[in-house]
Ligand binder design. Structure first.
Ligand SMILES: Nc1ncnc2c1ncn2[C@@H]1O[C@H](COP(=O)(O)OP(=O)(O)OP(=O)(O)O)[C@@H](O)[C@H]1O
Length: 492
């Protein structure tokens, strides 16, 4: 539980005006506040951090000045408590002065550990409703094996829409899922990466469901679950059993690898990866960035991960977004036959909610809530309200550092290799600094990573470049405009 700090600490600067965010019709006052709190956190912390740590934080209740929220894992709870408790409390207080403390709890697990197989209990349906699924979740078959992370019954191949952005990842996933035990392993490990909410978990879980229907033993784990499994096994001195159980499966699937932390856990993961790959068993990994950018991982592990097939999934096209929405409406209608969203409204959502699949789900959840609570039809007005906070001001495409270097070099008529070289002549230094500045502002790469990509420079050099360009652009309008043009060339 986190209580209010003494007055004076200020986490609420940079707030967006209340009027900008409106709760969809049918939502309660608490829901409306919760929406605004999330909106503020997203605006203040940025999309990446928000999606990593807050996307799975749910509001449970508000009683006597205490806001109770829940998350699915202990890891997430302790991370939020140690890194964001004060900020979350302050953001709540900016919405409601009577809030005195927040309480983050772990909600009951979806899968209860069982001796051999775990059963998926209640899962959110396509649009936030709960539905019971009697499907059996894949886990390793041994009694000592760690239980898998919960699987969503909707995340199967049949519900995965394929388009240009994910054709290769989908084909590789299908291939791996359809292989038989005696088949030679084609790409190992299979490493899938993409930005937030673009279908990695869906694809990984689809593989897990497909393999579990065969005679192969599959284990799907989030990196958090792997970490906790390993750490608890160490504590209870059952680490050996844990390791053996992991190495005794046919297919290991690890999601959100970017969260794998701690030297010993990484070493253990590396050993497991090697043991499985070397013995011809399949490993599939997903993360929000390519192996080369997983800076916290050790070099050997990174290169082992990069040694299989690395596939990127791009942004969802408008066409796929529309198909996903139609698919979700159909899924929801199996439980709520009265729910209908007219075609023009689906097109409107597909056009406006461009960021990721999770936001599409969010938009439909709100429409379903409206439809259930009011019994009224879903109109364009309702839809506009529902998606308002899901429209991102900066719907940036993923910009690559190489593209920045090329575009800036072309613009200033220098060569890219000069920009990466150690040359310090004025005609090269300034473009290099501008390119570094753009790399920092248009990508999520860290300073050391940017330094490495610019001919192995130190992170302090990058920081200096960023500050230099910021201060020059403050005073020099021509430079500011030039930077704006470059940004547009890269982003649009
Ligand atoms: N191609 C697709 N077809 C159908 N649904 C999709 C597709 N891509 C994304 N989605 C949906 O979007 C939502 C978010 O997808 P998912 O959780 O798989 O994203 P992710 O890439 O794992 O995100 P994160 O990086 O946050 O872990 C899910 O409901 C998923 O079903």
């Amino acid at each position: 539980m986190f209580k209010a700090p003494e007055p004076g600490s200020d986490f609420t600067s940079n707030l967006i005006p209340q009027a900008e965010v409106t709760a969809p019709a049918g939502a309660s006052v608490a829901d409306g506040r919760w929406l605004r709190v999330k909106q503020r956190l997203r605006a203040e912390l940025g999309e990446d951090i928000f999606a990593s740590w807050f996307a799975r934080l749910d509001l449970d209740s508000i009683t006597l000045g205490t806001v109770r929220m829940s998350v699915p894992t202990r890891f997430l709870k302790s991370w939020l408590q140690s890194h964001y408790a004060e900020r979350v409390l302050a953001t709540w207080q900016s919405e409601d002065e009577t809030i005195k403390q927040i309480d983050i709890v772990v909600r009951s697990p979806v899968i209860r550990p069982a001796i051999a197989k775990a059963r998926v209990a209640e899962q959110p349906a396509a649009t936030g409703e709960r539905r019971s699924a009697t499907t059996t979740a894949p886990t390793a078959a041994s009694g000592d094996a760690p239980t898998g992370s919960p699987l969503d019954p909707r995340f199967v191949f049949e519900n995965f829409l394929v388009g240009r952005a994910n054709t290769l990842a989908h084909a590789a996933a299908k291939q791996v899922a359809q292989a038989r035990r005696q088949d030679a392993v084609l790409f190992n490990p299979l490493y899938i990466h993409s930005g937030v909410g673009l279908g990695k978990t869906h694809l990984l879980q689809a593989i897990a469901w497909a393999i579990s229907a065969q005679d192969r033993k599959v284990l799907y784990l989030t990196a958090e679950k792997f970490m906790y499994g390993f750490v608890s096994a160490l504590k209870t001195q059952t680490a050996l059993a844990f390791k053996e159980a992991l190495r005794g499966i046919d297919v290991l699937i690890i999601d959100d690898l970017q969260f794998l932390q701690g030297k010993s856990t990484q070493v253990e993961f590396g050993h497991t990866l090697n043991a499985l790959v070397d013995s011809g068993r399949q490993v599939i990994v997903a993360a929000d960035r390519p192996p080369s950018d997983l800076e916290s991982l050790d070099d050997r592990l990174r290169s082992r991960l990069a040694g299989g097939l690395v596939v990127e999934m791009g942004a969802l096209s408008e066409e796929i977004r529309l198909e996903i929405l139609k698919n979700r409406v159909n899924l929801a209608r199996t439980h709520h036959p009265g729910f209908d969203v007219p075609a023009p409204i689906l097109t409107f959502i597909a056009e406006t909610v461009t960021h990721n699949g999770r936001d599409l789900d969010g938009a439909l959840n709100r429409l379903l809530a409206h439809s259930k609570l009011t019994g009224g039809p879903v109109t364009m007005d309702i839809a506009e309200l529902a998606v308002r906070d899901l429209i991102r001001p900066q719907d940036m495409k993923r910009v690559k550092i190489e593209d920045i270097q090329r575009t800036v070099a072309r613009h200033f008529n220098v060569s890219r290799s000069d920009m990466l070289s150690s040359r310090r002549t004025a005609n090269v230094v300034r473009p290099r600094q501008i390119a570094m500045y753009l790399a920092k502002t248009l990508t999520l790469r860290s300073l050391p990573e940017i330094g490495r990509r610019f001919g192995g420079r130190d992170h302090t050099t990058v920081l200096h470049a960023v500050r230099k360009i910021e201060s020059l652009a403050d005073r020099d309008r021509t430079l500011a405009e030039e930077i704006e043009i470059l940004k547009r060339m890269l982003v649009e």
